[in-house]
Design a protein around this ligand. Structure first.
Ligand code: NAD
Length: 387
């Protein structure tokens, strides 16, 4: 990470928020510096204590975009700002919803100086980031992620996008939020299933780039992580650092950023074909498939493969996949986002080290032999999605 002190963007952030003078709650800040000089600051802090101090002084107006559940959980805070409340669920991550946000912004008289904040899970951050990046050719924005998945993954790294015709995240832009304020205390109202979904991405971060994080997950239970604030904060910070380090080196996913898609090629095929599986659950099962394949290829030793699957299982995430492998492969093969006749697959080599391999789609059957599906399902259409 580079020193941010000379970056003009930071002069717009109030003096209370600096590297050297964090507030009592703001235990950690992580800055992202990307190729074109854009930057983003991630703070682990408290919404109540730190949010106002992170807002740029030269934006006269702040509008919060949130979903109905997050709004009702944080009424006093959100109602102290102007707000737009959007629907919940993956089905609302569409251009239609983005248009609704544009219309509300217009009706509210939002202009280029308006600062937009997405407060919610990954759906809210994806919609808000895309709407803010395109409204009036782009206004400044930030995120206050309220799910574990959004804190460690969706709000970080500047990918903002929506789905179209069943293709996830197929329409979007790379644009960094000005800041991300992660308040782990917001996660206390999160249902266990959503918390688990986030843990899948934390496990992924450990496998991709942080053996210490992975060992932390091996040593502790789901209940430990839910109940111990310090432990959770440590896991969140470590997972964020894995992602930010990769994003700094490859913001627009020309190479190394693909590692963040570990397990996702299969996960999104599962999500598409088995609608009850959450994103995190599908990522967990997708990582198990890829680990087994890496083991068969001789890239990943059996003991390490077993360690990864043990952590996934211990956290209550699925190791089995509920769709026939041939159906998953059919979805992956027909993916409109594949490049030429190949797809990029991420294989773990050891804990903290993965390789990305472009794999010919006509080799998929041989690499991924059949399975024992836990439930039957129908494949409705083809899809493949990335992080
Ligand atoms: N842009 C990226 O880089 C990126 C990365 C990973 C995932 N994503 C996207 O993120 C989305 C998934 O995000 P998600 O898992 O956060 O889902 P989500 O946004 O749908 O949130 C899950 C549910 O939790 C509720 N919720 C949010 N915060 C809560 C809280 N604190 N307490 C109680 N309930 C709360 C929401 O209202 C929602 O019903 C997917 O669309 C995925 O594609 C994007």
């Amino acid at each position: 990470m580079q020193n941010a002190s000379s970056d003009s963007k930071y002069r717009t952030i109030r003096p209370a928020f600096t590297e050297t003078t964090p507030t009592e709650h703001m235990r950690e800040t992580i800055d992202i510096h990307c190729n074109e000089g854009t930057c983003s600051r991630i703070a682990i802090g408290s919404v109540e204590e730190d949010f106002a101090s992170m807002l740029p002084e030269d934006s006269p107006r702040v509008i919060i975009v949130t979903d109905a559940r997050v709004h009702s959980n944080n009424l006093a805070f959100i109602n102290s700002y102007e707000r737009i409340v959007i629907g919940q669920g993956e089905s609302s991550k569409t251009l239609v919803k983005v248009e609704e946000v544009y219309r509300q912004l217009l009706a509210m008289g939002a202009d280029r100086s308006t600062f937009i904040v997405g407060m919610g899970g990954g759906i809210v951050s994806d919609i808000t980031g895309f709407a803010a990046s395109t409204y009036m050719r782009g206004v400044r924005f930030a995120f206050v992620p309220t799910t574990l998945l959004a804190q460690v993954d969706a709000s970080i790294g500047g990918k903002n996008g929506v789905n179209l015709d069943g293709y996830k995240n197929i329409i979007g832009v790379f644009r960094q939020p000005e800041f991300v304020l992660c308040d782990p205390s917001l996660l206390s109202s999160l249902p266990d299933r959503e918390f688990r979904a986030g843990l899948a991405e934390v496990i992924k971060a450990g496998i991709i780039g942080d053996p210490t994080l992975f060992e932390l997950l091996e040593r502790h239970t789901f209940e430990d992580l839910r109940g111990n604030d310090e432990l959770l904060r440590d896991a969140i910070v470590r997972a964020i650092k894995v992602k930010t380090a990769i994003v700094e080196r490859d913001e627009c996913e020309h190479g190394e950023r693909r590692k963040l898609n570990l397990g996702h090629t299969f996960a999104h095929a599962m999500e598409k074909s088995f609608t009850n599986l959450s994103h995190g659950e599908a990522v967990a099962a997708g990582m198990a498939i890829i680990c087994d394949a890496a083991n068969r290829k001789g890239i990943l030793d059996t003991a390490t493969c077993d360690r990864i699957k043990a952590v996934i299982g211990k956290m209550g995430l699925p190791l089995e996949y509920p769709v026939e492998m041939r159906k998953l492969l059919s979805l992956i093969r027909s993916d409109k986002k594949r490049e030429g006749s190949g797809i990029y697959l991420v294989f773990p080599k050891s804990i903290g080290d993965c390789i990305v391999e472009k794999t010919a789609t006509d080799r998929l059957e041989e690499m991924f032999p059949g399975n024992r599906p836990t439930e039957t399902s129908s494949v409705e259409s083809e899809s493949e999605n990335m992080e």
